[in-house]
Structures are given as structure tokens and as C-alpha cells.
Write a protein that binds this ligand. Structure first.
Ligand SMILES: *Cc1c(COP(=O)(O)O)cnc(C)c1O
Length: 360
């Protein structure tokens, strides 16, 4: 606990009736809680002026660096309510460490992991009535982010940086049952190259993925898959989710290339699947292995994973001039791992890995 966080309560918090209406159908990323957390940084003062205040718009000089050069990083994690009313986050120190890695890549200052966790905890405590009821697959999505806030158009790391946490209730990702995604393989665009920012969680990676995602939608697909930039041969990931391939003989492969963003969900699945007796390989995985494996039946299940959806099955893969049809239903191992993970997050299964962090 090293941040000294002041608190000015919102003058007009949402009424209980308004809140109940929002939590009945929260959607994703459209409603925000009553408060936000802010911490400022300068080279002279380090991190200072930590505060929780009413949620509201920022006032930024039009020359603010982030608006021009995208010196920005973010994280995403969730708070879950358990049956006894307590509130927990999932491996927040992993998000904190990943943000340190992203800071290095984007030349932003380091926020110590303890301070990150303290900041996230503080906002969840203040806005705890916004964490949806237990027994649903709802949660409170937390979005920590760091932006360059110096008003200066020269190109160098900003000497004023702002870290914030905002929170948004999230509904169950799959409303009408779990349905496999259809993926579009882009052969034109890549998301990350060697020495680039692929392993950092930064807005620029998302900005560059949007046109490919648009192409996927135009092709009647749900999401886009990216290949490596050097050879156009190895599977990387989706715009914001990592991938898994399950073989009929029980072993599992997840791509590792040095340019993917290594998800905390991805790493949890490696451990869960290992504990369940599956051999898990982290290695380069070619697009031909995918096409041929699914066509021959050697690959029995494909899924994608990330904090928002947890795990989502993948069905058909399409590309310019072809497709390989996958399953139209979620596979059994996909669902088993998903259930095991969700049960730990919602406190319905023993947390044998020590992943959960109690906030309230
Ligand atoms: C955040 C993110 C993921 C998933 O990470 P989780 O920690 O599992 O939520 C995967 N790929 C990209 C590009 C991401 O930004």
C-alpha cells in the first residue's frame, strides 16, 4: 500500500433503481460506474495525486501527446461476486506485471505491481454495489490504462503521464448459448512484427487490427486471425484473443511466436489442461497444420480465449478462395476447461492454484 488515495464521492451516484436496471442487462462496455481512479506522474514527483472522484469526461489540451502519438497502454480484468457476497479479482498481479512490460515497450513510467493492485482494489471497493449478483455469468469489467498527458507535439516520451482505472458491468458473453465463431484468415494484414509492439497491450495494436476485422465482417465472419509478419505462415492470434488447438489424441497446442500478446486466460488454460492430464505444447503452429488437421479430423476442437469471453469455440476457418469447416458445436474439452475456469472465478470450485484475490 504505497499510494495515498484521496476520495471525493460522486455528488450524483446512480439510484438503486437505475443501477438495478443496468445490472439486469449490462451488455459490454457501455455503462460505467459512479467513480474513476486517477494517478498522475511526472519525472520530478513520480506517481502522485492518487484520487477517486466522480466518473466523468477528461479535459485535455488538443496538443496532448497521446492524441497524436498513441503513447498508451491498458489492461483488462474482471471482479466477480461469490455466493457469500464477497468480491474477487482473478490474478490481478499478472495484469500488473504485464502492464510493467507494456510500459517498457511504450517508454511509459512503471507503476509498481502492488500499486496497480491497490488502485484496482480501491475502485472496486468504492463501487462495489456495481459488481453484479452471484450466480450469473456477469462481472464488473475493470479497465486500467495509462496515457501520455503532456501537451507537447515534439516526439519524445511524455513527461506527464496519467494512470486511470474505470469500471463497467459486463453481462454474460454468450446470451443465446455458446456458438462457435467463424474466423477470417487475413493474408494481407499483420498485427505484429519482430521487435514491434505485439507483446504489449497497447491501443495501437487494436487500431491496426480494425481494418482486417472489417474485412472479416464483410466476408460474413465473426473475427479475424492474424499470421506472423515474416513468413505469413504461422498462426498468431485474433485481434484480442489467443488460440488453442485440441488434438483427437488429447494433446493441445497453443501458438508461441514472441509477437503474440500472452493472455492471462491463455496461461491459466495451460495450467488447467496440464492438471487434467493433457500435454500442452507452446510452439509455432502453421496455418497448414490447422487446415489439414481439421480436415483430417486429427484436430478435434479449436477455441479462442481472453478475459472478456473466457473461452469461445471456433468452427469454420475461411480465407480468400477457400474454407475448412469445423464443428458447429462447442467441443467437450473446450466446455470442460471453460467450466473449470469459470467455476474458480465465481468461487464454485476450489482455487487450488491460488489465483483469486479477495477485494471485499
Ligand atoms: C488482452 C489480449 C489478449 C487476452 O489476454 P487476457 O489476459 O487473457 O485477457 C489476447 N490478445 C490480445 C492482442 C490482447 O490484447
Amino acid at each position: 500500500m504505497t499510494l495515498d488515495i484521496s476520495f471525493v464521492p460522486a455528488a450524483h451516484p446512480r439510484s438503486d433503481a437505475e443501477l438495478a436496471e443496468i445490472l439486469a442487462n449490462p451488455g459490454f462496455g457501455t455503462h460505467f460506474t459512479d467513480h474513476m481512479l486517477t494517478v498522475e506522474w511526472t519525472p520530478e514527483q513520480g506517481w502522485h495525486d492518487a484520487r477517486v472522484t466522480a466518473y466523468g469526461p477528461l479535459s485535455l489540451d488538443p496538443a496532448t501527446a497521446v492524441l497524436h502519438y498513441a503513447q498508451e497502454i491498458f489492461e483488462g480484468l474482471k471482479a466477480y461476486r461469490h455466493d457469500d457476497g464477497s468480491i474477487w479479482t482473478f490474478r490481478p498481479e499478472e495484469n500488473a506485471k504485464r502492464m510493467v512490460g507494456s510500459s517498457h515497450r511504450l517508454a511509459l513510467p512503471v507503476l509498481e505491481p502492488d500499486d496497480f493492485v491497490q488502485a484496482v482494489d480501491e475502485l472496486v471497493k468504492v463501487d462495489q454495489r456495481w459488481v453484479p449478483e452471484a450466480g450469473s455469468e456477469k462481472s464488473l469489467y475493470l479497465r486500467p490504462f495509462m496515457i501520455a498527458t503532456e501537451a507537447f507535439l515534439g516526439v519524445r516520451p511524455s513527461e506527464h503521464v496519467t494512470f486511470m482505472v474505470i469500471a463497467s458491468p459486463a453481462g454474460a458473453y454468450f446470451k443465446g448459448g455458446i456458438k462457435p465463431l467463424t474466423l477470417w484468415l487475413t493474408e494481407e494484414y499483420t498485427r505484429a512484427g519482430r521487435g514491434g509492439m505485439g507483446a504489449a497491450k497497447t491501443g495501437g495494436n487494436y487500431a491496426s487490427s480494425l481494418v482486417a476485422q472489417q474485412e472479416a465482417i464483410a466476408q460474413g465472419c465473426d473475427q479475424v486471425v492474424f499470421l506472423d509478419a515474416a513468413e505469413g505462415k504461422y498462426v498468431e492470434e485474433l485481434g484480442g484473443m489467443n488460440m488453442y488447438f485440441v488434438y483427437a489424441d488429447g494433446h493441445i497446442v497453443t501458438p508461441a511466436t514472441g509477437t503474440i500478446l500472452e493472455g492471462i486466460t491463455r496461461s491459466a488454460i495451460i495450467e488447467l489442461a496440464g492438471k487434467a492430464g493433457h500435454q500442452v505444447e507452446e510452439r509455432r503452429f502453421s496455418i497448414d497444420e490447422w487446415r489439414e488437421g481439421v480436415a483430417s479430423g486429427e484436430i478435434s476442437e479449436v477455441f479462442a480465449c481472453g478475459t472478456a469471453a473466457v473461452i469461445t469455440p471456433v468452427g469454420t476457418l475461411k480465407w480468400e478462395g477457400g474454407e475448412v469447416q469445423g464443428s458447429t458445436e462447442a467441443g467437450p474439452l473446450t466446455m470442460e476447461i471453460r467450466q473449470a475456469l469459470v467455476d474458480i472465478q465465481y468461487g464454485r470450485a476450489d482455487d487450488t492454484f491460488g489465483w483469486m484475490h479477495q477485494v471485499v
